[in-house]
Design a protein around this ligand. Structure first.
Ligand code: BES
Ligand code: ZN
Ligand code: ZN
Length: 501
């Protein structure tokens, strides 16, 4: 979609559809909506007075003006209550409007920038949220359907209209960032929605290499033999039951020397059957998305490179399947990790922490200023936080609060759980240095605690996205059934506002 910001007044902009807005409970609209209302002889305020338009968040009303304004259609989208307004409401409203425009079969539209100037929202942030909400609400995953039930024509052009010329450069920057970030989220959704027979570890590595070629990144893929000579017994143990060879993908973006190094580690189980500790078959298909952490890391690298962020970013993505077979790990087996620590594998379904153990140790080679990992790690995190919130566990208060703030702004909220050292007791093994499971209590925390044992002395945060990587019931227009692409918006916000470790 071509997205531009143009200076002008909404009522005189010629377009197939013009999107204006309304707060709930406002009788006579002001700003651009007010000007459009006036040009239409008060048709909008008349519909508000009659109760036909109420301004509820995401409410959409299509009007066909007879003269007065240059647009063929005027679409009034509700912004909800003024006191609840924020970037999330902008994404929601923009998404609702964009979906309406698509359902009308239109290929171009113009919109005012909801909330720019209102409630202390910067024009740049408003434009970014508007573009994110619009693009993401139009996401579909139909590439394997030979017949699409409700075919749609893609929207080719979106124009953001702003009267105040002084705000235009900031809006242009915000719109560009929003487009890159939303495209990255869509790319991640595609990767996660794609089934495991297509996104194998080798296919994921191929995608990373293609991305590296396009963007001038470094990409190194460690093969099984490389992992053997390094001594990555934990990652190798998980992969040994599978016919698909494992890959350790290392993607590096380094626009200049001397920039802070950040390591992003993403769990990439292209399929998690549970191994010999086999999962129940209900919902097992969703384990094609057990690589959502790795996909998000690829998405962040892509978006960061597109936006030329001033970082040395290292993406480390351990990619493998977890399958049962005659060669698979058995409960009780002991593996030796890259760190030298031995691990008793009492449950082969707790495999994410095994592959991450070696990836986190490997991340230390880059002497990063911070390490953040993303992983669909535990069902316990889903029990604790549901599908709304990502679990955050960290050994560094500063890093944790930066991520909490990024979660608020980006709409990908996180909630911190403690990592008190007493939790470590649950991971004691009678026969090895550590056991890979810590029993039912505090399952998300003990998993994170396990990871902490492989991080070394770097500021580190762990994001458990087991509840947030997927949705069966999208709650907002900009979400769609299946993969959510979680992580990209959160980490891009964090990086763009980075204030040092
Ligand atoms: N990939 C799963 C976690 C998961 C569950 C992700 C639900 C998304 C939705 C992980 O590998 C796993 O199976 N964890 C086990 C750990 C347990 C055996 C200690 C779990 O949470 O049940
Ligand atoms: Zn598992
Ligand atoms: Zn898993």
């Amino acid at each position: 979609m071509k997205i531009t910001v143009q200076q002008g007044s909404a009522q005189s902009f010629p377009t197939e559809a013009l999107v204006v807005n309304l707060f709930e409970g406002v009788g006579s609209p002001g700003g651009a909506t007010g000007a459009v209302d006036k040009a239409m002889n008060g048709r909008i305020s008349a519909l508000i007075a009659s109760g036909d338009i109420r301004g509820k968040l995401g409410e959409v009303t299509v009007l066909y003006p007879e003269g007065g304004v240059a647009a063929k259609r005027v679409i009034v989208v509700g912004l909800g209550k003024q006191e609840e307004f924020g970037l999330e409401a902008i994404r929601h409203a923009a998404g609702a409007a964009a979906q309406k425009i698509r359902s009308l079969g239109l290929t171009s539209f113009a919109t005012v920038v909801h909330g720019s100037g209102a409630g202390g929202i910067a024009p740049e942030d408003a434009a970014q949220a508007l573009v994110e909400g619009s693009i993401l609400s139009l996401y579909t995953f139909t590439r394997h359907k030979t017949v699409v039930e409700e075919p749609t024509t893609p929207i080719e052009e979106m124009v953001l209209i702003e009267f105040d010329a002084g705000k235009i450069p900031a809006m242009q920057a915000g719109a560009r960032a929003g487009q890159i970030i939303a495209d990255s989220v869509s790319f991640v959704r595609d990767l996660v929605n794609e089934p495991a027979n297509i996104t194998t570890p080798a296919a994921l590595a191929g995608k990373a290499q293609a991305m590296a070629r396009d963007l001038g990144l470094r990409c190194q893929v460690l093969e099984r033999e490389d992992m053997q000579s390094l001594g990555m017994g934990a990652l190798l143990g998980v992969s040994q039951g599978s016919e698909e060879p494992p890959k350790l993908i290392i993607l590096e973006y380094q626009p200049d020397a001397g920039l802070p190094t950040i390591a992003l580690v993403g769990k990439a189980l292209t399929f998690d059957s549970g191994g010999i500790s086999l999962k129940p078959s209900e919902d097992m298909h969703k384990m094609k998305g057990d690589m959502a952490g790795g996909a998000a890391v690829m998405g962040v690298l892509w978006a960061a490179a597109m936006l030329r962020l001033p970082f040395h970013l290292v993406g480390i993505i351990p990619a493998t399947e977890n399958m049962p077979s005659g060669k698979a790990l058995k409960p009780g087996d002991i593996v030796t990790s890259l760190s030298g620590k031995t691990i008793e594998v009492q449950n082969t379904d707790a495999e994410g922490r095994l592959v991450l153990a070696d990836a986190l140790t490997y991340a230390g080679r880059f002497q990063p200023a911070a390490i953040v990992d993303l992983a669909t790690l535990t069902g316990a995190c889903v029990v604790a936080l549901g599908n709304i919130t990502t679990g955050l566990m960290s050994t560094d208060d500063r890093l944790a609060s930066q991520l909490e703030a990024a979660g608020q702004r980006s709409g990908e909220r996180v909630w911190r759980l403690p990592l008190f050292k007493e939790y470590g007791e649950q991971l004691k093994s009678d026969v090895a240095d550590l056991c890979n499971v810590g029993g039912r209590p505090a399952g998300a925390i003990t998993a994170a605690y396990f990871l902490s044992q492989f991080v070394g002395d770097f500021p580190w945060a762990h994001l458990d996205i087991a509840g947030t990587y997927w949705t069966d019931k999208p709650a907002k227009p900009y979400q769609s059934k299946g993969a959510t692409g979680v992580g990209v918006r959160l980490l891009m916000d964090w990086l763009r506002r980075w204030e040092g470790a």
